[in-house]
Design a protein around this ligand. Structure first.
Ligand code: GDG
Length: 744
């Protein structure tokens, strides 16, 4: 991270709790994992943390709170009680939270909540805009603020924005049911980097983006207009050293001894979570009950300490969960307890950190078995606290942490029968196996700790911004466009090479719908009729179509990437060295794929075959294309053929044919003092590479390219061509010598 950059951290809650005692405000540090991790960032330099201070503040006290927090480098966003009800408890916790944790039937869809969500996101944006400048880095956290990146991007287009979501991103099938799905995605597109805990979340997000907003992606980059948005996995972690040292402390050691005495030196199982249906409390109790049923010999020898931290208890679902949990705990205790033993010690409150540490240290087994969890830090804290490396972690495969902690005993929390067996297995695991697994997990968690997480995210943001800056320097702006116009004006012998689809006209679902319109024909005519110009259309299309659409203009043409070519006024000619003996076999394979894939079709050209899937269901087309490529890869390699992957098309043609080789025919037969080549496809890269150094090469789009410049769309290409058509007029209106000097 560039040390001079200021970082503005934004999260729903500030890392402090405000309380009021007899009119006096008190500020208490919050000990959450995020506060610890980001503490290392926000306390540096002039960094600031922006968020809600966690209490409704009276108007008369706001200035005071603002002042007090300023000293702590915190900037408050004040919320009213109504906003807390509708935005926080409503939309965030009753709509998004259940849906994103795969409890769609628990989700409430209420337009009033949605309105409040929008308003509060705007409120956050307004506060940020009071302090942010274009040189800051803004790092936004979590699902309460999904609209915020775009709200800021609109106002400060150049600023660096990172977004991290701490809870899962659900599969498209779940996310699609949300009435406001599109707005939420578009809100996030304002970020430069969007981070999740796991690759699955990344995959789900990219899939939702492509299906809901038609946003294309290349690997893990979304193409949003002329911007690239990187979506990546950054698994969060803990301050490993802190938990390790806590476990080492005398206080933790004393507490551990006391704890063991209290449970009569029984085997200790622990579970620690916030009261939440996503945490799998009920299934865990069922599995524990089943375990006690199946193993009467262990009754009296095992104790489960269940710590549940109160949370959201004015939301109906949480009230119901609490009742169900209490009922089950009493049922199990009532059923199995003896005079000297109780199978569950249940605590519904928060413990101080040193007690938590003692619990981690003392536990033979930790049950971390959520039904769904973004990451889950308790699992990592347990590992960091195990100084003697004894103890077993039973971890749900539904927790993000399971992707990293593969040495845990992994369970499916819905499979309570297997779960019960795994509890038994864990309690009986030989010590050397416990240690082997624990050492491996400690190595992972100590290396990939919270500081590493912050660094990885910030480094990515810096890298993405640097790439964007480099790219934007190559995008043709009005001044570069004017200079190209002037160079054109002074050219006496000009060569203009233009790709067709995606460069001069937009893409169409129907291949043959891309007919040139009047505006385009007019421009091409003007350029081609200029006696100083040679205009060449360099297309992958078949020559019949090109001839039909453009044959009446005084231009040269290259068809099928160079298999055919034509000088104006002369007939079409083909490369004599090309053969078609491979055709039947490839056609046969492509045909099999077309029959299996509704919407796919084969385009036959004289020296190539193209398999198109632009009308195929999203995702299925890519899957089939990969299968097809794998099938024909071996066939083409020893036949002098090549496979080209275009935009939703795979084309097979001779290796000897490409647009660059075709363009050389024009380069070699004349000397030009102005050359321009424009194209959007990767087949145009051959043209760019074949051009002399002083040629102007322009890529349409933002993909990596050998071209010297970029234009965003075919519309911008037309604007540039218009500039060339009018170059004469523009130059006569200005001082030509001055312009020439500028252009050089
Ligand atoms: C969200 C995502 C993701 C618990 N009881 C006590 C106590 N805790 C602390 C733990 C731990 C934290 O609370 C819980 O962290 P989790 O990761 O389990 O869950 P969420 O807070 O719901 O967090 C989650 C996380 O964001 C980070 O991205 O992992 O998936 O849902 O640190 O130690 N702390 C104290 N007393 C307690 O009684 N002091």
């Amino acid at each position: 991270m560039n040390p001079e950059k200021r970082v503005l951290i934004v999260s729903n809650r500030l890392p402090v709790k405000i309380s009021e005692n007899e009119g006096e405000l008190a500020y208490q540090n919050s000990e959450g994992g995020l506060a610890t991790g980001l503490g290392s960032v926000y306390k540096q330099g002039t960094n600031v943390w922006i968020g809600w201070p966690g209490a409704v503040i009276e108007d008369g006290q706001k200035d005071q709170v603002r002042e007090d927090l300023k000293e702590l480098r915190l900037h408050p966003v004040f919320l009213t009680q109504q906003e807390i009800n509708d935005f926080y408890e409503g939309f965030s916790n009753e709509t998004l939270w259940p849906l994103f944790h795969y409890f769609p039937t628990y989700s409430t869809y209420n337009p009033q909540y949605w309105e409040s969500y929008k308003e509060v996101n705007q409120k956050f944006a307004d506060e940020i805009l009071k302090v942010a400048t274009k040189d800051d880095v803004i790092w936004i956290h979590d699902y309460q603020l999904l609209l915020l990146p775009e709200l800021i991007r609109k106002e400060i287009p150049e600023v660096s924005i990172g977004f991290f979501q701490h809870i899962p991103f659900p599969s498209y099938e779940i996310f699609r049911s949300l009435p406001w799905r599109k707005e939420l995605l578009q809100g996030l597109y304002g970020a430069d980097v969007i981070g999740f805990h796991t690759y699955d979340d990344v995959r789900h997000f990219i899939s939702a983006a492509s299906r809901i907003t038609n946003t294309n992606s290349i690997a893990n980059e979304l193409i949003v207009g002329d911007r690239r948005v990187t979506v990546d996995a950054f698994p969060i972690s803990i301050d490993y050293k802190k938990y390790n040292e806590l476990a080492e402390s005398q206080q933790a050691k004393r507490n551990e001894r006391k704890l063991k005495q209290l449970i009569n030196h029984n085997k200790l199982i622990i579970s620690i979570d916030r009261l939440d249906y996503s945490k799998g409390i009920i299934h865990r109790l069922e599995a524990y009950q089943l375990f006690l049923e199946k193993h009467p010999e262990l009754r009296g020898k095992v104790t489960l300490i269940q710590l549940v931290v109160p949370s959201r208890d004015n939301v109906q679902k949480y009230k119901e969960l609490k009742e169900e949990m209490n009922r089950m705990v009493s049922e199990i205790n009532g059923r199995f307890s003896t005079l000297g033993w109780q199978p569950i010690q249940h605590f519904y409150r928060s413990f101080p950190l040193h007690l938590l540490s003692a619990l981690y240290k003392a536990a033979d087994v930790a049950l971390v078995t959520p039904m769904r969890d973004g990451m889950n830090l308790v699992s990592k804290e347990y590992i960091a606290s195990k100084l003697d490396q004894k103890g077993v972690l039973i971890l749900s495969e539904m927790a993000g942490a399971s992707r990293e902690l593969s040495d845990a005993v992994i369970v499916n929390p819905y499979d309570i029968w297997d779960f019960a067996d795994k509890i038994y297995q864990a309690l009986n695991m030989p010590e050397d196996e416990q240690k082997r697994r624990m050492v491996a997990m400690q190595q992972t968690v100590s290396k990939f700790d919270i500081f590493n997480w912050v660094k990885n995210f910030m480094d990515k943001l810096t890298e993405v911004k640097a790439n964007q800056t480099a790219l934007s320097a190559r995008i043709i702006n009005p001044s570069i466009q004017q200079k190209i116009g002037i160079r054109y004006f002074y050219g006496m012998k000009r060569l203009i090479l233009l790709d067709y689809d995606g460069t001069l006209v937009p893409f169409h679902k129907q291949v043959n719908a891309a007919v040139p319109d009047e505006e385009l024909l007019g421009m091409l005519k003007t350029l081609a009729e200029d006696p100083h110009n040679t205009v060449v259309i360099t297309s992958g299309r078949d020559y019949h179509t090109l001839d039909n659409w453009l044959g009446h203009l005084p231009m040269d043409m290259i068809a099928e990437h160079g298999a055919w070519y034509k000088d104006h006024g002369k007939p079409w000619r083909s490369r004599r060295d090309l053969t078609n003996d491979w055709r039947q076999e490839i056609y046969h394979v492509m045909d099999i794929y077309s029959r299996r894939t509704p919407g796919a079709f084969i385009e036959e050209k004289s020296y190539s075959l193209a398999w198109h899937y632009r009308r195929v269901e999203e995702g299925l087309g890519t899957l089939r294309a990969h299968e097809l490529m794998a099938d024909i890869k071996h066939f083409i390699s020893d036949r002098g053929l090549q496979m080209l992957q275009g935009d939703k098309v795979i084309e097979i043609k001779s290796i000897a044919v490409n647009k660059g080789k075709a363009a050389k025919r024009w380069l070699e037969r004349d000397q030009y003092d102005f050359i321009i080549a424009i194209g959007d496809d990767h087949t145009d890269e051959d043209t760019f590479k074949a051009m002399p150094e002083d040629a102007i090469t322009i890529k349409v789009g933002t993909n990596i390219s050998a071209a010297s410049y970029f234009l965003k769309s075919y519309e911008d290409v037309r604007k540039l061509l218009k500039e060339l058509c009018n170059a004469e007029e523009a130059a006569t209106n200005q001082d030509k010598d001055m312009l020439l000097k500028e252009a050089s």
